[in-house]
Design a protein around this ligand. Structure first.
Ligand code: MOS
Length: 746
């Protein structure tokens, strides 16, 4: 067996193109909305046009009379839905707990009030527009400015931050605001549901077929074996596709009623209303320090909006307690209810807005102190996780900062505002640190080593566009020496052994131990047959003295070339496949977290150019260094970090879902008015992985890199804006108007 993590033949750590890439670029990969089934019907929801009140009437006559319309679902005929018992990722999880049509109360603009089922999408759309609703309207509140509904909850505390702040010679007290942001993956949410009289099959856009499976069984009142969830490819999710949303239940009700498969594709407008968003956050940060920059206290009090019916918390303070050394710290949270759809996880939930606030405050403090902002962070590097006293499993934040500073040329930064220029533009340079917890969830996988010399690996996880197919093939290739192109990977079906959610940046670290277990069990079977089967040259040998490498069976004491291809052993044993199963445990209560503090870290350095004459602000350079453990596929990994930086440019400069205070509607609910960063907004990105294996976490040393890159980048950009213009923007996104007036924007 090859030895992880360092082998001369290593497939892990190689920049490997995605094995499913050809299917995607040739249009052959089937996404949910591409699924066609015989007798397929199409469903289009009708959305409420008020944000608060009651639905008093539905006039369906015109809609029902339109050609091609089969039925209109509403509260009176939708059939039963159940609520789930509690939120557990392994059992069932939703952010919007109320099933669709459960009552006649309207709690947000766009809430589904009816569903038209028709022969074609066009017929269903036309009929949905013909449904007339009557309402009793009540006052709504969608204001961005937040007051806590209840007393704040203290989440982390050490020492006495209040009195340390009072006594300190240098203080900063600032409030930072991040807006509602909406997930805009290219692929719309969709569900194709099919009830065959006995069982449901769902083709779903989901980051967790396993959680969808459990949730749908509970909410539809079905045994789990009567529900199957399939998701072979996803056009990204960014957290918006983690959990079941009401449209999937409506698709289920539609197929339940008609007995025909039903396709429901959520529109881009509905993506802003009905399937989650990152909530508004308002974060007050108080820092105090000695004149030499050592922090004496850190206080982080934040609140976020949530919906009327659900308590979604944006955990802005999750990484705050581990970031810097300080004897006195306090983190608290609170919620404020608004008439909006439920918020949900959006890439780097919590830490992303949280680190915009904390890192902005650190940059402001550095400026006050006259200390270089990189140096300020180095002076506050902790030796252990001071929130728990636990050792870090692997932390290289100092090296991230130093390597990044060097690659960026940070030592050339002149401190004075507006003092750096290039080609007629003012330059601004800024820095921000990122962090994200190392997470892993339970996983199971099966591996077959087959008679034709190929291998097959199956796991009920999914590839959301990040490279999971490829990582699984790499793990099998690494362990067996079977070439990648001879390894078949099957994912995305709840009928397969249960796999992890593709969320929390946890999928890779979760599947690694399960896959390695499974492949080793299969290898062991081959070796034991090699030691016993009649014609085998190894007959009579101790199976433990044999090895499996370069797809060959050989004596450990000799080279792979001295042995024979494993398929010869399979033929001698008349076997079709040697199968192995593996599993691994994890979760938010992972016992390893009682012994180690496990986080990924990184640093961003951003350069902006500012041309006040034409009011043009551009991000012109980003250097990022990430300490994410061992990177199993640097090509897919770089793609994750680069994508996150592009999203971070959007967060800093563009993204903002605007609720119209009169109607309560998110009004920029399309890709023309909701601006995401595009290639034209993105400079060359310089991404470096430190690549220190975190072998405490798993054998390969991989942690997870899907989310961390979005944290800290907005703080680096707004600090660069300050460096160029002198304006501190504490409310995202940066507006050009902020920079044209002489005041400090708040
Ligand atoms: Mo991530 S926001 O857990 O998909």
């Amino acid at each position: 067996m090859s030895t992880l993590p360092d082998s001369a033949l290593s497939v892990l750590g190689r920049p490997q193109a995605r094995i499913e890439g050809p299917l995607k670029v040739s249009g052959r990969a089937m996404y949910t909305a591409d699924v066609e089934l015989p007798d397929l019907l199409h469903a289009v929801p009708v959305c409420s046009t008020i944000a608060s009140g009651r639905l008093t009437s539905l006039d369906l006559a015109a809609a029902e009379a339109m050609p091609g319309v089969h039925a209109v679902l509403h509260r009176g005929n939708v059939g039963p839905f159940y609520r789930i018992a509690g939120n557990e990722i392994d059992v069932g999880y939703v952010d919007e707990a109320r099933p669709p049509f459960e009552d006649d109360v309207i709690r947000y603009y766009g809430q589904y009030i009816a569903l038209v089922i028709a022969d074609t999408f066009e017929a269903a759309s036309a009929a949905a527009a013909a449904v007339k609703a009557g309402y009793d309207t009540a006052p709504h509140d969608v204001r961005d400015a937040l007051q806590p509904d209840d007393a704040p909850t203290v989440e982390s505390e050490r020492g006495d931050a209040g009195s340390a702040f009072e006594r300190a010679p240098v203080k900063l007290d600032a409030t930072y605001v991040t807006p509602t942001e909406t997930h805009n993956p290219i692929e719309l949410h969709a569900s194709v549901a099919h009830w065959d009289g006995d069982s449901y099959t769902f083709y779903e856009t989901t980051q967790s077929i396993a959680t969808h499976h459990g949730t749908l069984a509970q909410m539809l009142g079905m045994p789990k074996e009567k529900v199957r969830v399939i998701s072979h490819y996803l056009g990204s999710g960014f957290g918006g596709k983690l959990w079941v949303w009401p449209h999937t239940l409506l698709a289920a009700a539609a197929t339940r009623l008609t007995g025909r498969p039903v396709k429901l594709v959520v529109s881009r407008r509905m993506m802003f209303q009905n399937v989650g968003h990152r909530p508004v956050t308002q974060q007050r940060v108080r820092l105090s320090a000695e004149r030499d920059g050592r922090l004496t206290s850190l206080r982080h009090d934040y609140l976020n909006h949530t919906s009327i019916a659900d308590k979604y918390q944006e955990s802005c303070g999750e990484v705050t307690p581990v970031l810097y050394s300080t004897p006195n710290l306090r983190v608290s949270s609170a919620l404020a209810r608004r008439h909006v759809g439920s918020p949900t996880s959006m890439r780097g939930p919590g830490a992303v807005p949280g680190l915009y606030a904390i890192e902005s405050a650190m940059n402001e403090l550095a400026y006050e102190l006259g200390i270089d902002p990189v140096e300020l962070r180095l002076r506050n590097e902790p030796g252990v996780d001071e929130s728990t006293g636990l050792p870090f499993s692997s932390r290289h934040l100092v090296e991230c900062l130093q390597t990044g500073a060097e690659r960026f040329g940070w030592s050339q930064r002149s401190r004075e505002i507006g003092s750096m220029r290039r080609d007629g533009s003012t330059l601004g340079w800024g820095v921000g640190v990122c962090a994200w917890p190392g997470l892993r969830f339970s996983a199971a996988a099966d591996v077959d080593l087959r008679a034709d010399g190929s291998a097959r690996i199956v796991c009920g996880t999914q590839d959301i566009g990040t490279g999971t197919y490829t990582i699984l093939a790499q793990l099998v290739a690494e362990e067996t020496g079977i070439p990648l192109e001879r390894i078949e990977v099957r994912l995305g079906d709840s009928a397969l052994p249960r796999g992890p959610v593709s969320g929390g940046s946890a999928a890779t670290a979760s599947v690694v131990p399960a896959v390695l277990d499974a492949v080793r069990a299969a290898v062991k079977t081959v070796l034991s047959r090699a030691a016993t089967v009649e014609e085998s040259p190894f007959r009579g040998a101790d199976a433990d003295s044999l090895a499996f490498s370069r797809a060959r069976v050989h004596r450990k004491s000799e080279t792979p070339e001295s042995g024979i291809p494993f398929e010869r052993i399979m033929a001698m044993a008349r076997m079709y496949a040697a199968s192995g199963s593996g599993s691994a445990h994890g979760g938010f209560d992972d016992p390893l977290k009682k012994r180690y503090s496990i986080f990924s870290y990184g640093a961003h350095f951003a350069e902006i150019t500012w041309q006040p004459e034409i009011a043009q602000l551009r991000v012109s350079r980003v250097v990022t260094v990430i300490d994410g453990g061992r990177i199993l596929n640097p090509r897919a990994g770089r793609n994750q970090i680069e994508g996150a930086i592009v999203m971070g440019i959007g967060m800093a400069l563009f993204e903002h879902t605007v609720y119209d205070e009169r109607s309560g509607a998110p009004i920029n609910s399309n890709l023309a008015d909701y601006i995401v960063a595009s290639t034209a907004d993105t400079p060359e990105l310089d991404v470096t992985f430190l690549d220190y294996p975190d072998t405490v976490f798993n054998e390969t040393g991989a942690r997870g890199i899907g989310e961390i890159g979005l944290a800290g980048i907005a703080a680096a950009i707004t600090d660069a804006v300050h460096h160029a213009t002198g304006v501190r923007v504490r409310r995202l996104p940066v507006m050009i108007e902020d920079l044209l007036s002489p005041r400090t924007a708040v």
